[in-house]
Design a protein around this ligand. Sequence first.
Ligand SMILES: Nc1ncnc2c1ncn2[C@@H]1O[C@H](COP(=O)(O)OP(=O)(O)OP(=O)(O)O)[C@@H](O)[C@H]1O
Ligand SMILES: [Mg+2]
Length: 457
Amino acid sequence: MRGHHFLVKLHSASLRSRFLFAILIWVALGIGGIWYSATNVFTRHIEQQYHDELYGHVRELSGLVDIGNDGQIALIRPLSDPRYLESMSGFYWQVTVDAGQTLRSASMRHGLLDDNVAHSPQVIHMIERGPTGPAITYGFTRRVPDGRVIHYVIATDKRYLDQAIAGFTRELTVWLIALAVALIGTGFLVIAFSLRPLGQLGVAVAELRSGRREPLRGKFPAEISPLVDDLNIYIVENQAIIERARVQAGNLAHSLRTPLAIIADEAERLSDDPQSEVHGASLLRQCDIMVQQIEYHLARARSAAMAKTSGRTSLLPDTFAPLLGAMRKLHPDKVFDLGSPAGMEMKVAVDPVDLSELLSILLDNAGKWAASTIAIRLECNDDRAAISLSDDGPGMTPKQMIDAFAIGSRFDLTKPGSGLGLAIAKDIAEVYAIDLRLETNVAGGITARLAFPDVPR
Ligand SMILES: Nc1ncnc2c1ncn2[C@@H]1O[C@H](COP(=O)(O)OP(=O)(O)OP(=O)(O)O)[C@@H](O)[C@H]1O
Ligand SMILES: [Mg+2]
């Protein structure tokens, strides 16, 4: 169950963690295997060396023992290895005669080797307790002509062997850890290098979404470039489909206009007749709603059709200059105050036509209801751009500020209008993920705030 869980997790893991997982397993298996086999080979090798040496020593020892005329045994000369002379060096020998005479190496100041090791003419070895800890002990017996049995024993502390193995293992471990670190490090580099095109693709798609670049461009590896080509084709087709849908919506709305005008005309006539007055009025109301809907969709289709040729980013000077000229003509008695020229360098990821339409709706409302002045402020910091439009008019109640975005809602019938402006504005804002909100400002008027999702560089 757990393993299954893990597999599911790995399945949804990023490419980077998949690669990393594979490299870790690979390195662990490889390095672990090398470590295991190298220590084994070394241990076997050095053990063999020790045993060969000790075997030779016990043979030499037996050759050096001489039985005197008095039956006493003695060594003709010391063993050739000087370590048997150094006191408690860990290298010992011992020769024992059945009757009790015992010769020991000079190194063995105290303690005793176990005779039992040497109990047969064959050379036997085992780990025994020696004078300075566990020892590898070799021994065999030989019968001399007078019938006595002589036991020859040679011992070397096992710690020498252990130390050699431990030293080798330590050094090997350090080197293998260094190798593992180097392998994992290069693994990281390889992952970063081979996943770079995907990162670039991500950037290209993000740029595409924010309107900084239109088709996905750039050199991509052979595995990815078909995907990029398909994506580009898909984008073009998608745009075409949207365009067609908009045109059709516009055509539909347009084609309904004339029949609707006739129906409205009939309804008018009905409402004039006292007999059908109620029905006529009801019909007329519904006709009004339908007209609003149609006008709204026609307006959207029109602006979309214009947007077709334009790019996806707008530089604010280009957008504001013609807009303010038109607004000053439309509302000649109002002051449109555009502050902070610094913010004018601001670029936003919105189609210029859509942005003009959005701003003109808000500016027109501000112009219609302001008492004297409309203040336009641009804010642009590292990753956020915002525009605020404040008028000093009568403002709205909180409920009206919410309802104002509905198609056809109008609260002040003394001013001309169709009640479509804010509905369209909200529509445009939603397409570009712009945060559009109305607030009451200190002057009691309305501040419309636009916060853009990101700033193209
Ligand atoms: N700046 C404002 N100050 C006061 N009231 C406003 C302001 N902006 C909008 N309103 C109110 O919200 C209503 C809806 O505005 P909206 O722009 O959608 O329609 P409109 O201006 O009446 O008509 P249209 O914009 O379609 O010509 C307005 O009729 C008005 O009552
Ligand atoms: Mg309006």
